[in-house]
Design a protein around this ligand. Structure first.
Ligand code: FMN
Length: 253
């Protein structure tokens, strides 16, 4: 077991965090969680002996804001495990991109996972995941990572993906606020790109800043912050054929 793990995660709607925390609890006696999906870049803790970098997949890549936050971390040669968390469709170049960023930061990546969580736009994909079976697989992966680290094996895992990476997702739209908004300001408080302003007149969203991460929709206590219905419908239609698929987690050591 490691003494103290640090989990750096970017988790707008919680699936990445549940995956990262499950892994960290299985490899270390204590865990500090550093959420990178906050309006300000948080400080890095000291005295940790393993780092876990976890991020969701958007359009087969890392969300741009997540990539920038992860790229600002300092690795100082610390062993690290990377986790790309995706919503059943595909992870394409995201895990490779995450590993490249971790290596450029100065982390020593020793293992990686591509894990499934419920799709944050179309919840019919992988509903409830990571579920009990996923958590058991993540714990078994953690045991293999501990074994590898215990043998002093620091070789980097080979993960799928291509360089140059596929084109990043262009954010064409942003969530809207329906009637019933109480102006509580939760949406603005959780937005990692500070795209949202709440005033007495209403909620304003800068589409040019919005990462479509869905943090605001997940945080809205009145459930009135939603994707524009036509975007929601189009995405659901496109992904519908994958609803019955249980995509397996994949681990690389
Ligand atoms: C804008 C956007 C793009 C996404 N693109 C993909 C994708 O390319 N492949 C996929 O399988 N899931 C995709 N997803 C689903 C997320 O990767 C998945 O729901 C992940 O768990 C979200 O992380 P979170 O639960 O920590 O917010 C996308 C979600 C959003 C909001």
């Amino acid at each position: 077991m490691f003494e103290h793990a640090v989990l750096y995660d970017f988790s707008p709607t919680g699936g990445t965090r549940r995956t990262g925390e499950a892994f960290c609890r299985a490899i270390a006696a204590s865990v500090t969680v550093v959420g990178l999906c906050a309006p300000e870049m948080p400080a890095q803790p000291e005295d940790t002996d393993i780092a876990v970098l976890a991020a969701p997949v958007f359009g087969g890549r890392l969300p741009g804001i997540a990539a920038r936050r992860l790229a600002a971390l300092k690795g100082h040669g610390l062993p690290a495990v990377t986790l790309a968390v995706y919503g059943t469709r595909a992870f394409e170049d995201a895990l490779l991109e995450l590993n490249d960023i971790a290596a450029a930061d100065g982390f020593q990546v020793i293992a990686s996972g591509a894990c499934i969580a419920q799709h944050s736009i179309v919840p019919e994909l992988g509903p409830g995941r990571p579920d009990a079976d996923d958590l058991a697989e993540i714990a078994a992966f953690a045991a293999r990572v501990l074994d590898k680290a215990g043998r002093g094996d620091t070789t980097a895992p080979q993960v799928p993906g291509n360089r140059p990476y596929k084109q990043g997702m262009a954010s064409l739209t942003a969530p809207i606020t329906l009637e019933g908004c109480t102006r509580c300001g939760r949406c603005a408080a959780v937005c990692p790109t500070k795209a949202i302003t709440v005033t007495a007149e209403g909620v304003r969203t800068r589409e040019d800043l919005c990462a479509m991460c869905m943090a605001c929709t997940a945080a809205c206590p009145s459930h009135v912050r939603v994707l524009p219905p036509e975007v929601q419908q189009k995405t659901a239609q496109k992904l519908h054929p994958l609803c019955s698929l249980r995509r397996p987690n994949a681990f690389y050591l």
